[in-house]
Design a binder for this molecule. Structure first.
Ligand code: 2HG
Ligand code: ZN
Length: 479
């Protein structure tokens, strides 16, 4: 069957605005967020309802066409980019962006999978509640993608990953069956927790069309501080101190090296007055929904103790909203700063907190031995054991070529080190198409075997995001 016949068939199951087959418009969907790869597709499908998604899936299965679900196209790992075969279609959820219901008493929000994260945050805020998922891409990423990649972000230390916020789900299986489990229950021990199968599956097990998310009380007070670290400051111990002394009020513990701060500052319109100490800097935030707690006083006491320990040289407590925003701007602008300087080769590492210092030492020596002139931008969610250990692309280098070169050698050394310390090559960015070989290399054989069996059980005809995350199970194979 020709492509135009396919387009015609899909047009029949969608309404007028539901299909894009103009090559110029298609091009805005086929390149990944980091512009490392451009795939090929003959049309982008934009359903407006769950029923249309189910019809699309059934038709795709009949025609043997792969479907690549796409939300805000912000995957760092090519999870939402079709391959080059031209046999895959993008299924964009962007028209399914409704807030379905907010239930302030149950503290939950029900949304379409194509709802933009920021809009969901705002909807929750409009009833005085917090959606505790916050990340740099929040203005464009969509809830379905957050679920598909189990997004983490800037407040995981307190609230957990997307997985921990998910109460209910609606998803279309590969035969068009709709899993309609949009419940708001905290407790529901009635067999397999099917919704969790879709979390982190990057669209390979079903198309998420709706979700119910857990909300939290909106913080009434925040205390935000910038800590300048002394040389050799032990991050895990410092975190331990801050966490212990601030009880359950810690929401952020973000580490940044001087190089990352400088990159962010270059990308900032009003450069802030904060900078790094010899050991880098940490952005700490405490938050409380109670207006009766003296958070600033608590933060000052915690910081006093940290100064006494000799781990920090100096600390600044934000005295106004503007100061707080300026501190956050530095942290949030680091990826943009890297991009402006010709990008970086990204390593989204996590290791147990007890091994974080060792990772920094060993990885530092590996980089030094590989290329003494290489520059690093190291920062991340140290509260979660997650480091973005990024190698900067030299300004005069070809970005793609340099990335390939580093990824074929130094990156593997760094991942080896993380693996030896009990860590992982992808903490919060997923696997997608770019990190599949790493899953093969570092994943436990039994776990991969289980993943393949699950993939085959959910998607026997291999139409759901084919080529992403994991190969289907092959009968007779040992894995
Ligand atoms: C962040 O923490 C994101 O800002 C992006 O996860 C990390 O660009 C990166 O390496
Ligand atoms: Zn991150």
């Amino acid at each position: 069957m020709s492509q135009s016949v396919h387009v015609h068939a899909f047009r029949d199951v969608l309404d007028g605005g539901g299909i894009v087959d103009d090559p110029e418009r298609i091009a805005t969907y086929t390149t990944d967020q980091r512009q490392l790869f451009t795939g090929s597709t003959f049309a982008v499908l934009k359903p407006a309802t769950t029923k249309q998604v189910a019809d699309i899936v059934q038709l795709a299965a009949r025609l043997g066409i792969g479907l690549v679900p796409q939300g805000g196209n912000t995957s760092y790992c090519g999870g939402a980019t079709p391959d080059a075969s031209g046999r895959q279609m993008i299924l964009s959820l962007e028209r399914m962006d409704r807030i379905r219901e907010i239930d302030p008493v149950s503290m939950s929000i029900s949304v379409d999978a194509g709802a933009i994260l920021k809009n969901v945050q705002d909807a929750a805020a409009s009833v005085g509640l917090l959606l505790p998922l916050s990340l740099g891409a929040e203005g464009s990423c969509r809830i379905g993608g957050n679920i598909g990649s189990n997004a983490g972000g800037l407040s995981v230390v307190r609230y957990g990953m997307t997985r921990d916020l998910l109460l209910g789900i609606e998803a279309v299986l590969s035969d068009g069956t709709v899993v309609s489990d949009m419940r708001k229950l905290r407790k529901n021990n009635t067999g397999y927790d099917i919704k969790q199968c879709f979390v982190g599956s990057e669209g390979t097990l079903g198309i998420v069309t709706g979700a119910v998310l857990r909300l939290a009380p909106m913080p009434a007070r925040r205390a935000t501080a910038w800590l300048k670290l002394a040389a050799g400051a032990p991050l895990a111990e410092l975190l331990g101190l801050v966490r212990r002394e601030s009880a359950e009020l810690l929401t952020t513990f973000e580490f940044m090296t001087a190089r990352s701060i400088a990159l962010a500052t270059d990308a900032t319109t009003n450069p802030p007055s904060v900078d790094a100490g010899p050991g880098g800097a940490v952005l700490v935030e405490l938050a409380s929904s109670s207006s009766h707690l003296d958070l600033d006083g608590l933060m000052e006491a915690v910081l006093g103790e940290a100064v006494e320990s000799g781990w920090i040289e100096d600390a600044f407590l934000a005295q106004s909203r503007a100061q707080r925003a300026a501190m956050w701007e530095v942290r949030e602008n680091i990826p943009e700063g890297e991009k402006r300087r010709n990008g970086s080769v990204k390593h989204d590492i996590s290791v147990p907190l007890s091994a974080i210092q060792r990772f920094l030492d060993l990885a530092g020596s590996q980089v030094q031995a590989y290329g003494p002139d290489l520059e690093l931008s190291v920062y991340g969610h140290v509260g979660d054991g997650n480091l973005h250990y990024n190698v900067l692309v030299p300004p005069d280098a070809d970005r793609i070529e340099f990335t390939r070169q580093i990824e074929s050698d130094l990156s593997l050394q760094l991942y080896d080190t993380a693996a030896t310390l009990g860590g992982t090559f992808s903490a919060e960015h997923g696997v997608g198409r770019f990190k599949k070989h790493l899953l093969e290399k570092y994943g436990d054989a039994g776990r991969i075997a289980a993943m393949r069996r699950i993939k085959t059980a959910f998607d026997p005809s291999e139409i759901l995001n084919p080529g992403a995350v994991v190969r289907p199970f092959e009968p007779g194979s040992v894995r």
